[in-house]
Design a protein around this ligand. Structure first.
Ligand SMILES: [Zn+2]
Length: 151
């Protein structure tokens, strides 16, 4: 194949890939936006804790401890309205900003219950990042809008 043909082929391939990636992220952020539409905004620490307790019951989380940390400050410059992390074996923390909604809490608890957070310690970083993009995030987003996929 001549260079011109090769470049044209690469353009076709990368152009298609870039478009697919844009469509994928557009769909994911669309799901997130849809989930937030009718979801109440989180007001304070007390509200955060009640939502987490309620959602833990709904999800059937029994053998995991989940701490809640509400940070009452501007959401300017934050990467996400809420995020979750593992503190130690069986104990997790969800950090929530005032721009988070109840669907953000559902999203984060799903990450915890479905083992996405635990996988962070078990998988190589690159593989976890790939899994996060194609598996963990879509599942958590779908759960936050009321759809639960079978494991
Ligand atoms: Zn997520």
């Amino acid at each position: 194949m001549k260079i011109g043909g090769l470049v044209s082929q690469i353009r076709k391939i990368t152009g298609g890939t870039i478009l697919a990636v844009e469509l994928y992220f557009g769909a994911l952020s669309g799901l997130g936006a849809y989930a937030d539409i009718n979801s109440p905004q989180i007001r304070d620490q007390y509200h955060s804790e009640r939502l987490v307790e309620e959602e833990m019951r709904r999800l059937g989380v029994v053998n995991k401890r989940v701490n809640v940390r509400f940070i009452n400050r501007s959401c300017d410059g934050i990467l996400a309205p809420a995020y979750s992390e593992k503190i130690r074996e069986g104990e997790y923390e969800i950090t929530i900003y005032p721009c988070a909604t109840a669907s953000s809490v559902k999203h984060e608890l799903y990450h915890i219950e479905d083992g996405h957070i635990d996988a962070y310690d078990k998988l190589p970083r690159f593989l976890w990042s790939v899994m996060d993009l194609i598996y963990y995030e879509p599942r958590a987003e779908l759960y936050s809008i009321g759809l639960e996929l079978k494991k």
